[in-house]
Write a protein that binds this ligand. Structure first.
Ligand code: ADP
Ligand code: TRP
Length: 322
């Protein structure tokens, strides 16, 4: 049987954090032996909201550098920058021609983000169609996505099936997969929301490049409760999150009973042993940005033939003169 092909996407809208590592990067690295994975930096998606050009460029490079530092092996897992492979935008357009306006405007993320006020970019509306293009270009079998992306993946499947039915079998219809572990690392300052790149202030986020004293301070200030009981419980989201982080980092449940102070010390140590090697490797790689850019160029060269073949088949099927 052919190897399963997976695509994991990261939006360079901020610095990669512990949630990205435990929920996406580590599973990607662990799957390198038994899947054909592609790691994509979705820089075009980072322009669907207000953005700063300098920062976008810097974050795209930083995201690639951190992926390498964390152990993504570019010989087995191409690391690609979405904007460097023009077939993404070409297929995006072809797929727009099988997408309804109503269908796109019903996407929950569009409704939420556009309701927030301020000018709304047209690209925010069409963003899930670009995501569909990202996936369909590479004959992907599995897309590991968090819950917030389920609807977009469902749209991808709908568009693929519709296109195939109207214009002939062109796309492989992908499946979503739940990331096995650590599906949701919560914010340490507000454990009712997931740790995210753009959470306000970032007081509860652990960046993968944060220095040790920042990690220690962030964990020390993590919200707990007055129950003084170290247990996983819905009434204790902060403590539950710390226990989950510890378990994810060490592969073990904490030996109970321990105090909140001891729990936080253990969590700090566990995170630190995970981040120290990434930080060190990142410092080396950051000295040589040309090397990282070359990895991106090689990644693009490795996957481009697949993208070109899919695009050509789609152009032909939809009625463009070849
Ligand atoms: P963010 O939400 O921080 O902007 P992305 O949307 O770029 O992150 O997601 C990149 C990957 O990281 C996705 O696979 C997503 O499911 C995973 N991920 C993001 N935040 C978390 C979290 N708090 N816990 C677990 N996984 C997460
Ligand atoms: N939309 C995804 C997010 O916000 C990022 C993404 C873009 C993606 N293209 C993708 C994820 C393709 C998986 C596959 O997190």
């Amino acid at each position: 049987m052919a190897t399963t092909r997976r695509l994991t996407g990261f939006k360079p809208t901020g610095h990669l954090h512990l949630g990205n590592l435990l929920g996406a990067l580590r599973p990607l690295i662990a799957a390198q032996d038994h899947t054909e994975s592609i790691a994509m930096i979705a820089d075009l998606h980072a322009m669907t909201m207000e953005h700063d050009p300098q920062r976008l460029r810097a974050l795209a490079l930083e995201t690639a550098t951190v992926m390498l530092a964390a152990g993504v092996d570019p010989a087995r897992t191409p690391i690609i920058l979405q904007s460097q492979i023009p077939e993404h935008t070409e297929l995006h357009y072809l797929l727009e021609c099988v997408t309804g306006f109503g269908e796109a405007s019903r996407m929950i993320q569009f409704k939420e983000k556009s309701a927030a006020g301020g000018p709304i970019r047209l690209s925010l509306l069409t963003y899930p169609v670009l995501m569909a293009a990202d996936i369909l270009l590479y004959d992907i079998d599995q897309v590991p996505v968090g819950e917030d992306q389920n609807q977009h993946l469902e749209l991808t499947r709908t568009l693929a099936t519709r296109f195939n039915a109207r214009y002939g079998d062109t796309f492989r219809v992908p499946a979503g997969v739940r990331p096995e572990a650590a599906a949701r690392i919560m914010d340490l300052a507000d454990p009712t929301v997931k740790m995210g790149k753009s959470n306000a202030a970032g007081a509860g986020r652990i960046g993968l490049l944060d220095p040790p004293e920042v990690v220690r301070r962030t964990v020390a200030r993590a919200v707990t409760d007055e129950f003084a009981q170290v247990r996983r419980h819905p009434d204790q989201p902060g403590v539950t999150n710390l226990i989950d982080i510890l378990a994810e980092c060490t592969g073990q449940q904490p030996s109970d009973p321990v105090s909140y102070g001891a729990l936080k010390r253990d969590v700090t140590d566990a995170i630190e042993s995970l981040l120290a090697p990434i930080r060190a490797r990142h410092a080396e790689l950051a000295e040589d940005p040309a090397y990282v850019r070359e990895i991106l160029a090689k990644g693009a060269a490795a996957v481009r033939p697949i993208a070109m073949a899919t695009c050509s088949a789609a152009r032909d099927a939809i009625g463009l003169l070849q």
